[in-house]
Design a binder for this molecule. Structure first.
Ligand SMILES: *Cc1c(COP(=O)(O)O)cnc(C)c1O
Length: 625
């Protein structure tokens, strides 16, 4: 793997040029150049870069693909879409999304009161808002307020209790008006088919959400009785996120389509839309044999349009508007997390660590010869010899015949031999060689928190593509595992010999080396947790102007230490006073020392939790300033 699977997960968004990975857009700057520009301003630690042009690409791809399918089938309904806020509510993301999506009449989906407030404030009037999830009287009242503001809002009922509340709230909001205004009403249906994959719990009989067919009939009667049937406008389902196969969607579409047609024939005349929820998958795989999606967006769109049309035609009802609430598909590609490598943990197995003597034990001399003279032809044989010699040498050490330096030389030489043999024999990945890779894997300590920035890796073993920012003209040789800086052994992306990640052999004291984690724009940011009090990383928007040049906008630095504590409701004034008092009251310190310590302390308190200086190289950079 030399292109790090870019052609599998990259979707032409990035391109390898010379030795760097670049943005495949406009002036095609490298991620390394952007990273260095931001670090020069003094921002250290991990960086989250957002690319609005990739949000735009996803939205326009979604709309054009569905328009194409509609045209192909001469479909009579409209296509509309909303972005589900739970996927990413961060203001820098939402602002870009709203700015970009104006031409599409794209709206927002809310699943809680706070999300609803974002939707009410940020969705342009007229663009659709859908409201899902469990709702109380207050949340339903907010939906009525939104409708009265002029919003095009649909409140989806998840159960009959919610419908009762809607009926009650409607009475209070519209009691004394000539022109009653209420939100449109949607019903979420409980599918008997269910989704597939690790997120599949959202659909199916055991789902938390939705009405059974018996409840649907009851809801119909309730709406009719209370004169709200003319507000029932949408049938909704959501079969779960990251749908790996298309078949469950087809089943759900047939179910939902027939429910739509049946209710319409019964007299629900205002019914006019099917909302297919989210679930459109993103390809995260870096390895050919492990792809995560068996359909294209066009196939997805064709299936939706074709099936809805077929059902509508056969039951003689109008073809419904089609709504999607795809979130992952829209947001995942827009952000890249970039984090510096701080240290390599098997540096001791470097050639420069050897302490060869004038006269070495014969087996060590032989190891050294094997290492120096190994070629592709004899690599396997030499490898076996080396492993055999190592056993003997370790036994000799246990028996007291060789010393600690000899033992260290043995370990280094055998490691170097394994590495060299694996590199020479790379084309024949036998089980034996794969196993040996575990043994020589290099641990890369990386300045980020997996809990904060890749929570789905921690919780669901979701893989995110990893690529170094430079050296991409050289074949990486180290089987790599990645350690974050949290004090938790779960913060490790281990080497997997069946889906291996190789990184370059570098000396972090001499050169910088950054890793980029891609497709982190969906779910990761808000699910991220402050384990060890590592917070959301420093972020910036990379914006391309009409000439194709880029600017670094809206830089927001990771929270400083006191703000983190303030978020936990610590009394930060009292912490501040205590720290100050303990320095000032110390009898061991002179006044000058106190002053110096205080100014250092306040400098550190103004910074964030991530490591700032990590190695000799960083120190020299700091001195240069
Ligand atoms: C989570 C959710 C979505 C978004 O799903 P994706 O897989 O991210 O597209 C859409 N609709 C509802 C109701 C959801 O709960």
């Amino acid at each position: 793997m030399t292109d790090f699977g870019l052609e599998i997960w990259g979707d032409d968004n990035f391109i390898i040029k010379n030795d760097t990975i670049n943005i495949n857009h406009a002036s095609q700057p490298s991620l390394l150049e952007i990273t260095q520009k931001i670090r020069k301003k003094g921002y250290k630690g991990p960086l989250l870069l957002r690319f609005p042009h990739l949000i735009e690409k996803q939205i326009s791809t979604l709309f054009t693909t569905f328009e194409k399918a509609k045209k192909a089938f001469d479909y009579q309904g409209n296509f509309q879409a909303v972005f589900p806020l739970k996927v990413n509510q961060f203001p820098n993301f939402i602002k870009s999304l709203i700015d970009i999506s104006k031409p599409y009449n794209y709206g927002l989906e809310a699943g809680s009161k706070a999300e609803l407030i974002i939707a009410m404030a940020k969705t342009p009037l007229g663009a659709p808002i859908t409201v899902n999830g469990f709702k109380d009287k207050e949340m339903i009242s907010l939906c009525f307020i939104a409708a009265k503001m002029g919003h095009n809002i649909t409140v989806t009922i998840e159960g009959l209790g919610e419908l009762e509340t809607i009926i009650a709230v409607n009475k209070t909001f519209n009691a004394n008006t000539q022109t009653p205004i209420a939100p449109k009403i949607g019903v979420r249906i409980r599918l008997h088919s269910s989704g597939i994959g690790i997120w599949a719990k959202s659909g199916g009989y055991s789902s938390k959400f939705g009405l059974t067919s018996t409840e649907l009939l009851e809801a119909y009667e309730m709406l009719k009785k209370d004169d709200l049937l003319n507000h029932l406008w949408m049938i909704h389902f959501h079969i779960g996120s990251q749908m790996s196969e298309i078949n469950p969607l087809k089943k759900a579409l047939r179910e939902a389509g027939n429910i739509y047609a049946e209710l319409k024939k019964r007299g629900a005349n205002a019914l006019g839309a099917i909302n297919i929820g989210g679930g459109l998958a993103v390809e995260y795989s870096q390895h050919k044999g492990e792809t995560q999606r068996n359909y294209s967006l066009q196939e997805f769109a064709n299936d939706v349009v074709f099936l809805m049309q077929e059902i509508a035609k056969s039951k003689g009802v109008a073809q419904p508007d089609i709504f999607t609430e795809s979130g992952r598909f829209i947001a995942a590609s827009h952000s890249v997390l970039i984090a510096p490598v701080l240290e390599l943990f098997s540096q001791e197995y470097h050639e420069k660590g050897l302490r060869l003597k004038e006269k070495n034990p014969p087996l060590i001399e032989e190891l050294h010869d094997l290492y120096c003279s190994m070629s592709r032809r004899d690599a396997r044989e030499y490898l076996h010899d080396a492993l055999d010699h190592m056993e003997s040498l370790l036994t000799l050490f246990d028996l007291g015949y060789i010393d600690l330096e000899d033992r260290s030389n043995t370990e280094i030489l055998v490691n170097l031999i394994i590495k060299k043999a694996i590199a020479l024999l790379q084309s024949e990945a036998t089980e034996e060689l794969k196993k040996l890779q575990d043994r020589i894997q290099e641990k890369y300590l990386v300045n980020f928190s997996a809990f904060q920035s890749l929570p789905d890796f921690w919780g669901l073993a979701q893989h995110f593509p990893i690529v170094p920012l430079n050296k991409l003209n050289k074949k990486p040789s180290n089987p790599a595992s990645i350690w974050d800086i949290s004090c938790d052994s779960d913060g490790e992306i281990g080497f997997n010999r069946n889906l291996p990640l190789y990184l370059h052999d570098i000396d972090v004291n001499k050169e910088e080396y950054f890793l980029a984690f891609f497709l982190t724009g969906a779910y990761q940011e808000v699910l991220g947790m402050k384990h060890n009090l590592f917070t959301h990383p420093t972020e910036a928007i990379i914006h391309f102007d009409t000439e194709g040049n880029y600017t670094i906008d809206k830089l927001i630095e990771a929270q400083n230490l006191m703000d983190v504590l303030d978020d936990l409701d610590y009394d930060t004034n009292s912490i501040d006073n205590t720290l100050k008092y303990r320095i000032e009251a110390s009898v061991q310190l002179s006044d000058d020392e106190k002053r110096a310590l205080l100014s250092k302390l306040y400098l550190y308190l103004s910074e964030n939790s991530y490591l700032k200086t990590a190695n000799a190289l960083d120190n020299t950079i700091d001195k240069d300033k």
